[in-house]
Design a protein around this ligand. Structure first.
Ligand code: GCB
Length: 591
């Protein structure tokens, strides 16, 4: 009897066991891919019927008596990549599962492994190929892939993905955010073909603390001892290493390189080859470190002239996904005079970080540990950890990325400190070359005109991010004139947010809330205040462009938009844009 129970238990747990994605393949855009973007049939499933009804089988009725209560081929379509909210009026507020199906034809190739790769899907995704479960993924902004070599058919295939953006208390982010919960297959979906033994990932960066030595590692997609060559012909570098039995090799070698910086965003063609696999990558080399309250780029102090932005599509709205979206957003940052962008509050698409590499913009990249989350839940920590891992894995060769940010405006309590401490350790273990930061907003009011940032989290960070809304949520813009700031650590400070809301074209007196004049006035007083903070190493005001938010309800003014943009969602530039631009341009010319 006991054996039977044990057997049953094992069987049940196997039946429900869900596979995690395979190890992430780096640099999809330079591999052989077959795009699965375009129209996907979609079933909106508000009562979560699909799993029990086995939608993933994509069944068809075979005779007239058969009962089947779904049919992908008679269902409406959604475009991929894209959120569903802005594609169909009735989905604007929808939060729940949507089942996507795409049929495609495939020609098998010998000695080739195949993976299905998702740039991102918000939030929780289960994937099936030809009716067979591939696995699940949690987290709305990072890539994942599953190997399908043994499951893909010659000829006709179909892939089904159930994407569910229902908010959950234990999720990351949790139930409340000040941005739209866009659901769907929001980034590209591709089949990726690689040789049997292939270069799955690599880290090719300047060694920590050195500007003339490259150090890093390469990981093959199979456990094999094999030679890998790293070549940067423009710098006369050719190094060969041999992987160990797990397919991994580490290396360190001298390199004479022209360093990457905003003024000179030099990128090299780096070629990695092993057996029949060969992959090109563009990598810039730079150092980033701190000394007291300074941030040093390539050994020299740099002030980060930044702006925060959401990944919202300019003009059309919705989740941004195209190269053109990235060009417009970062183009505005460039026009502002920025050398830095804070990509809030989740990892943006790879288009953004690759473009930032080319444009010479330093990047703050962040995971959506936002406001209050379920700090004491080990599954929540595990989830945040895997999102951190995926963010770093995707972008760890980008010169532009100088900060990994762990969190935004999290409440001060001990469970949160333990949680974030573990993430800080983890980030450093995954990448020791970049700086670790977080945006904090808990300050002590030690007097009417004095504020102290003393959040214990500062201990674990390299750079202190401070969000302060003096003059908007509290007090008047003029209060900034008297405000004195102190910090609990001798570390660089970035004022990672300040701002005020104004719909474009609303004019009035500078003390009238919601006018462009009021927003511009607040920027003037903030800039004057920030200039007086000796530890200030940079800033990224809130925010580049107006963005959709379910928390911004004032009719005629907000209409579900956070209006703190310097640019409207139609691209019009508000007065405050020019206030900040003038400050950044003057600063740039005097540096
Ligand atoms: C914040 C948050 C950001 C909000 C912003 C606001 O402090 O970090 O996500 O959108 O304030 O507009 O209130």
């Amino acid at each position: 009897m006991r054996r039977l129970i044990l057997l049953l238990l094992t069987f049940t747990s196997l039946a429900y066991a869900v596979a995690n994605p395979s190890l992430l393949i780096n640099n999809i855009s330079n591999r052989t891919t077959i795009s699965l973007d375009g129209s996907w049939q979609a079933i909106i499933d508000p009562y979560e019927t699909g799993l029990n009804a086995r939608f993933y089988l994509n069944a068809k009725v075979k005779d007239k008596h058969e009962l089947l209560e779904y049919d992908f081929d008679k269902s409406d379509v959604l475009n991929v990549p894209g959120d569903w909210n802005l594609q169909k009026k009735e989905l604007f507020f929808y939060e729940g599962p949507v089942w996507y199906k795409k049929s495609f034809s495939y020609r098998k190739r010998e000695h080739t492994r195949v993976f299905i790769h998702f740039g991102a899907a918000n939030y929780y995704t289960r994937v099936y190929l030809n009716g067979e479960a591939l696995g699940e993924h949690e987290g709305g902004f990072t890539p994942f892939n599953f190997e399908v070599t043994d499951k893909i058919h010659e000829g006709d295939n179909f892939v089904v993905a159930e994407v569910n953006n229902a908010r959950r208390r234990d999720a990351v982010p949790s139930v409340s955010t000040d941005w739209w919960n866009y659901g769907g297959l929001t980034r590209d979906v591709n089949l990726v073909e690689v040789p049997e033994s292939f270069i799955q990932d690599y880290f090719v960066q300047l060694a920590k603390g050195s500007s003339n030595e490259i150090s890093g590692w390469v990981q093959l997609g199979s456990a094999a001892a094999q030679q890998v060559t790293v070549e940067i012909s423009e710098a006369a570098i050719r190094q060969t290493v041999t992987t160990d039995a797990t397919g991994r090799a580490e290396f360190r070698f001298p390199a004479k390189l022209d360093l990457w910086s905003p003024d000179h965003p030099k990128l090299y063609d780096v070629v990695l080859s092993s057996g029949s696999d060969k992959i090109h990558e563009t990598i810039g080399f730079r150092t980033i470190e701190t000394r007291g309250t300074q941030i040093l780029l390539n050994g020299k102090p740099v002030f980060l002239r930044g702006i925060s932005l959401h990944e919202e599509a300019p003009l059309s709205g919705g989740r941004a996904s195209t190269q053109k979206d990235a060009e417009t957003l970062l183009g505005w940052a460039h026009e502002l005079g920025c050398n830095f962008v804070r990509l809030t509050h989740y990892p943006h698409s790879e288009n953004m970080t690759r473009l930032a590499d080319r444009m010479g913009l330093m990047v703050w990249s962040e995971i959506p540990v936002y406001w209050d989350i379920d700090w004491e839940n080990p599954a929540t920590l595990q989830n945040a950890d895997s999102q951190l891992h995926e963010m770093i894995a995707r972008d760890h060769n980008r010169a532009s990325v100088v900060f990994w940010s762990l969190s935004n405006e999290t409440p001060v309590k001990s469970a949160r400190l333990t949680f974030l401490h573990q993430l800080a350790d983890r980030a450093r273990q995954l990448d020791s070359t970049r700086l670790i930061t977080s945006a904090m907003n808990h300050v002590d009011e030690t007097g009417p005109d004095t504020r102290v940032l003393n959040d214990a989290l500062g201990e674990y960070l390299d750079v202190l991010g401070l969000n302060e809304y003096l003059g908007w949520y509290r007090g008047l813009p003029e209060d900034a004139d008297r405000m004195q700031w102190k910090f609990g650590w001798d570390k660089p400070v970035i004022v990672s947010e300040f701002g005020a809301g104004a719909p474009y074209g609303r004019h009035g007196a500078s003390d009238e809330r919601w006018t462009e004049e009021c927003q511009a006035n607040l920027y003037q007083h903030q800039i004057a205040m920030l200039k007086k903070i000796p530890a200030l190493a940079g800033m990224s005001p809130w925010v580049l462009m107006d963005f959709h938010s379910p928390r911004r309800l004032l009719p005629g003014t907000q209409d579900y938009f956070n209006r703190k943009g310097l640019v409207s969602n139609h691209g019009e530039h508000k007065q405050a844009f020019y206030v900040l631009q003038k400050y950044y341009q003057e600063m740039d010319s005097t540096k």
